[in-house]
Design a protein around this ligand. Sequence first.
Ligand code: ATP
Ligand code: MG
Length: 264
Amino acid sequence: MRKVISVALPKGGVGKTTTAVNLAASLAVAEKKVLLIDADPSGTCAIYLGIENEQTTGSLFEVLSFTRRISQVITKTQIPMLDFIASGEPSYHHEDRISRLTGNLNLFSNMLTHELGEYDYIIIDCPPYLKGFTTIALIASDSIIIPMRAGQFSITALKRMVEHVKWVRSAYNHKLSIEGILLTMYESHSKAWTMTRKDIERDLGPFLFTTSIPRSTVLTVSEFQGKPAVLFDAKAKGSLAYMSLAMEIMEKDMGLRRPAVGVQ
Ligand code: ATP
Ligand code: MG
């Protein structure tokens, strides 16, 4: 089985990169063969993984510009079952041009299907806007994880995201589904969270993951260390939460019941 999951929301700082890196690492620690692709030109996944520019052999941008094959730009990480593709440094202008090239919208999808068969999961970290690489990634994906933090702006972004998913599904990719909405930096006693959660449950309740990710310093500190949280402190609540998310996804893919209890 090979499943492609994009992590996306058109809003900055909601935990997309933290989720993409730590979910990919958790799936790899659970002995799945995983490829993490950074589709955000800001390149933060590489920082989180402690990978310097010189260690990479190329980037997603070069692949989509036809100067490298996707198999040539895969970098090994500190976790044996986890490989990585860096984003490169396209400007927004370059990125926009790539996404406008006729036929290119499906190019990435075709490459993932035909050239990367050995992976169980391919996780794509998207930029905080809908155009360009986010759309290319969604066309290539089986599902999307939508990370959410508390607040009205996040709720507005969530609604835009869901409409965009519906559009990509009807125009390009009929198999695209919502893997789940993930509450990040979650604080169960916060009033902002109570209101945000209520709003999501009313409109999109069935899409909420059982697991939520609590606010946890290990997720910020491990970013500074250039290590996924599970390598830095596997027993910290942030690491356990991402492991629980990985289990929830794997159990769903195996046709088993979703875990009854989320973290926190
Ligand atoms: P951008 O849209 O700019 O790419 P993003 O959605 O990828 O942002 P992240 O970079 O993952 O967001 O997270 C933003 C900040 O919040 C980071 O400093 C990260 O360490 C911190 N953070 C993310 N999740 C948590 C959490 N559960 N607990 C504490 N801090 C967190
Ligand atoms: Mg990010």
